[in-house]
Design a protein around this ligand. Structure first.
Ligand SMILES: NC(=O)C1=CN([C@@H]2O[C@H](COP(=O)(O)OP(=O)(O)OC[C@H]3O[C@@H](n4cnc5c(N)ncnc54)[C@H](OP(=O)(O)O)[C@@H]3O)[C@@H](O)[C@H]2O)C=CC1
Ligand SMILES: O=C(O)[C@@H]1CCC=N1
Length: 255
């Protein structure tokens, strides 16, 4: 199986690193982009080429440029009979079928954790995709982590929580780090403590039969310091802050 990437930015790099993490042969990965592709290909020992060559050499073509570039790029390249997987946020199957007719189009919404095989990706398939093609695409995403088929109406909220979500988790880790520094820790030490705490907590929740609130309460000893902190989160309407940020994410329209 050969994999082509049109675009060599943050998300494309995460997916290509994820394939390599899953032991895909670097010789089977192709990438094109105006600036970054060549140096990235040298770094990852994969192939850089012009976009049409990438398409022609690939069994699966992944679109990983910005959403507002679809019409122009779609009009200049020939994707006939290719399986085309777009990760362009907010671009629907109908948009893809219009911009890239004569292809087998798939809409995907991944996240950057794909780079280490810990991705979480939503998928929607055009009507002309058959079972064998569905299997090829699903297998590709399984190499990069978890994937789920989702109604297109739910892509916006999936994108906010799973696609943008890593940024919000990193923001929380940064806030914990800053609080650690403000209270006397050295910065790299504070960052390491905060990161390990988030990593361990997510794993504990993932391996537990409990939900997040039950585990939260299990940390808060009666009359203890955690309850004081949780009360402060509550007084500052932490849930509301998060809900508003997610709503802003969902409602944002790409230029
Ligand atoms: N970042 C993320 O976590 C996620 C991103 N996405 C989606 O992924 C897509 C890319 O986002 P992201 O990686 O963050 O953005 P970046 O800005 O990092 O990457 C955009 C890439 O598009 C390339 N590009 C520009 N013009 C062309 C062209 N004509 N032909 C080929 N490539 C071109 C750029 O090339 P060059 O670098 O050479 O200038 C660049 O590598 C977006 O559509 C976004 O919605 C979806 C889910 C998560
Ligand atoms: O910020 C963005 O538009 C993309 C979509 C999800 C994550 N990054």
């Amino acid at each position: 199986m050969t994999y082509g990437f049109i675009g060599a930015g943050n998300m494309a790099t995460a997916m290509m690193k994820g394939l390599l993490h899953a032991n895909v042969d670097p010789a089977d990965i192709y990438v094109s982009s105006p600036h970054r592709a060549k140096s990235l290909a040298e770094e990852l020992h994969i192939n850089a080429a012009d976009s049409q060559t990438v398409i022609d050499h690939s069994d699966i073509v992944v679109l990983a440029f910005l959403p507002n570039q679809l019409t122009e790029i779609g009009a200049t390249l020939n994707f006939t009979n290719k399986i085309v997987v777009s990760v362009l946020a907010q671009i629907t199957i109908a948009d893809l079928n219009q911009a890239i007719p004569n292809a087998f189009n798939v809409r995907a919404l991944p996240n950057i954790n794909s780079a280490i095989g810990q991705g979480n990706t939503a998928l929607a398939f055009a009507d002309n995709i058959d079972a064998a093609q569905n299997k090829i695409v699903t297998h590709f995403w399984q190499l990069l982590g978890n994937s789920v088929t989702l109604e297109e109406e739910q892509f916006a909220i999936f994108s906010a929580i799973a696609g943008s979500g890593p940024a919000y988790v990193f923001k929380f880790i940064d806030a914990l780090t800053k609080a650690g520094v403000a209270n006397g820790l050295e910065e790299t030490q504070a960052a390491s403590i905060a990161t390990q705490t988030v990593l361990g907590s997510a794993s504990t929740l993932n391996q537990s039969d409990s939900d997040a609130v039950t585990l939260m309460n299990s940390v808060a000893s009666p009359g203890g310091s955690t309850r004081a902190g949780l009360d402060n989160f509550e007084a500052n309407q932490f849930d509301d802050v998060v809900a508003k940020a997610i709503l802003a994410t969902v409602n944002h329209k790409h230029a």
